[in-house]
Design a protein around this ligand. Sequence first.
Ligand code: NAD
Ligand code: DAU
Length: 362
Amino acid sequence: MTMDVLITGGCGFIGSNFVRFILNAREDVRLVNIDNLTYAGNLANLDGMEGGFADRYHFIRGDICDPFCVKGLFERFQIRWVIHFAAESHVDRSILGPEAFIRTNVLGTFHLLETARNIWLQKDGSYPPDRRFLHISTDEVFGSLGDSGLFTEESPYDPSSPYSASKAAADHLARAYFRTYRLPVIMTHSSNNYGPYQFPEKLIPLMIQNARKGIELPVYGDGGNVRDWLYVEDHCRALLRVLEKGRPGETYNVGGMAEKRNSEVVELICEYLDRKLGIRGEGPRTKLIRFVLDRPGHDRRYALDTSKIRKELGWEPTMKFEQGIRTTIDWYLENTRWVEGILDGSYREYYAKQYGQRLGPQ
Ligand code: NAD
Ligand code: DAU
């Protein structure tokens, strides 16, 4: 028996990795992927999917903010699980223009919750026991940590950017739908993901791209901000475990247990590229590092306490950062055509706006 699963934002970075992961892991799943293909969503991320999994994968180009489109999907398919990735996800873009973040992250989440509630609700006021609404959130909703401590699932919300504030608003809605309507919502907070198919505006792929091409490497502030890096496949495994074994109404932290300062990450990338491609005539790639104007409201450190998901669901990350970063760099070096293919004129405009003044005249 196949089971219909709705994934939102499946053409983005984590979503596309998850599409591949679940179709391989669960032969009983038929996947419906709704994505409106923003600059961050690319069909090239799922090349070959409709051929390879023809009868188990359906792509619908649609907007989660369109309630008629979302309702139509629930009517056409027997959706049992919703896995909600779709979002505007880049902090720097949220600072340049917050409106799209409020629209997709808050309003889009609302329409999904509301449609799932209306369609799944039975006459006796309950939901069929196999229904799940997995809301994918982030550690950024908790704000910033000092030099020590970890965020637990109970840490208070304290978002700093329009992006994290919009994710926090969506989380509150998702939790309210569980408390008020008993909609079987489960939530995850994950730390920074890295791996194949990440759009090159985020730290790791941006630095790989620039360092490969010999372009300056813009590190914000003093480079001492810390992120906890999670390999995307470890994240996908955690999400499937949460869907299969997690309890509705619960929240689970998913962290990589790999805290690194940004400058450390950039240096690692430079050193590995020097070894792989050889040192450039101008010298080691670390010479390309520029400490530039800081991100406004820049959170200093994120780190997650993952004991709940370890104890309750038996999940833990398996990829060590030192290996994961090499695998990721190798992937980007082997897939330069993918990178060039997804970067259009609008990305160049964004890059000029974001980094123009920070780096000065080129
Ligand atoms: P991404 O930006 O790479 O992809 C987002 C996808 O959503 C794109 O395919 C885009 O086209 C789609 N989308 C955007 N607006 C839409 C709309 N209105 N309707 C339909 N589709 C729409 O994001 P990502 O990095 O893969 O992140 C996925 C989710 O995971 C997000 O909810 C994000 O907040 C969360 N998250 C990401 C990270 C990370 O490190 N990347 C960490 C923690 C949580
Ligand atoms: O923590 C989870 C979050 O991780 C997710 O919710 C977000 O969707 C995801 O984008 C990511 O947010 P960050 O802001 O941490 O990721 P980003 O890759 O943009 O930046 C990582 C760190 O690197 C951050 O401290 C800012 C810094 N940075 C980033 C860029 C793009 C630089 O120093 N220079 C840069 O050019």
